[in-house]
Ligand binder design. Structure first.
Ligand code: AMP
Length: 261
């Protein structure tokens, strides 16, 4: 994490060679959370808002792939080039590529500031690998927030989503419009529609979610860490609901936090 309000996600986005500066004083009782839910439910927006409330870093695997996609073709490894092809189609990137990418950045999971995992894990295989890694390194998992939303609302949210090219802030053409059309409120960067938010990719992403990611709710329910949260209403309402659910959970669990298994 970096400056007062802005996360420093260089280490996560660029890999182990980049340097991260955890914010002093923000490392007491860090939150270590997974955000789960279908694409378009608002996990990225919630991760940004929760970062400001809980100070844990927002770690998105999709952001790493998009950051790689913005680099020159010749700078990409063959595995990363293949990953970007899957992503463009709306398909899940193979587990082996995702896991290698996460392993390279596992320092972010050990960071004293905690983390908010957004978009990972997405398959049972990824969830099992993460569970093993966290157990081996004694990293507790406090909760898996499962955002729930009816399918019709999901499609509407995905098709209206716009992202800032520069700082990756997320907007929605009707629900969360920028103050000036097509420009980011935060940094003035141009807003664009993600390639995989177009209708043909959205269909593939929703099918991939149902088949591969939805079963994770049972996996985490079995571990007694699943925290269902309704994703209806404004981003601010959803964030309040999430923080309240997390606080209620914390009040019921020992001060040392909830173990991963
Ligand atoms: P997201 O921004 O989380 O919606 O991710 C965008 C795209 O990146 C997904 O549709 C996948 O193609 C790829 N991706 C991101 N995270 C993962 C993951 N954990 N497993 C497989 N593919 C992923």
């Amino acid at each position: 994490m970096g400056g007062a309000d802005q996360p420093d996600r260089a280490a996560w986005l660029q890999g182990p060679a980049a340097h991260c500066n955890p914010q002093p004083g923000k490392t007491e009782n860090p939150w270590r959370l997974i955000l789960l839910g279908p694409p378009g439910v608002g996990k990225g927006t919630q991760a940004e808002m929760l970062h400001l409330r809980l100070h844990a870093c927002h770690l998105s695997t999709g952001d790493v792939f998009r950051a790689a996609g913005a680099r020159k073709e010749c700078d990409l490894s063959p595995a990363m080039k293949a990953a970007l092809e899957y992503m463009r189609r709306g398909d899940l990137v193979p587990d082996s590529i995702v896991w290698e990418m996460v392993l390279e950045r596992s320092g972010c999971l050990r960071c004293g500031g905690g983390f908010l995992l957004d978009g990972f894990p997405r398959t049972i295989h990824q969830a099992e690998s993460l569970k093993r890694l966290m157990e081996n390194q004694n990293i507790p998992l406090h909760a898996v927030v499962n955002y729930e939303l009816p399918q019709g609302d999901i499609v509407q949210r995905l098709s209206g989503r716009r992202t800032c090219k520069e700082c990756k802030a997320v907007y929605h053409v009707t629900e969360r419009p920028p103050k000036i059309a097509d420009a980011c409120d935060r940094c003035g960067g141009a807003l664009f529609q993600r390639e995989d938010d177009r209708p043909e990719s959205v269909k593939v992403r929703l099918e991939a979610y149902e088949e591969k990611t939805a079963p994770l709710t049972e996996f985490y329910r079995g571990m007694r860490v699943l925290l269902p949260v309704s994703a209806t209403g404004t981003p601010e309402e959803i964030c309040e609901r999430t923080v309240a659910a997390l606080e209620a959970r914390k009040a019921k669990t020992p001060a040392t936090g909830v173990p991963h298994s």
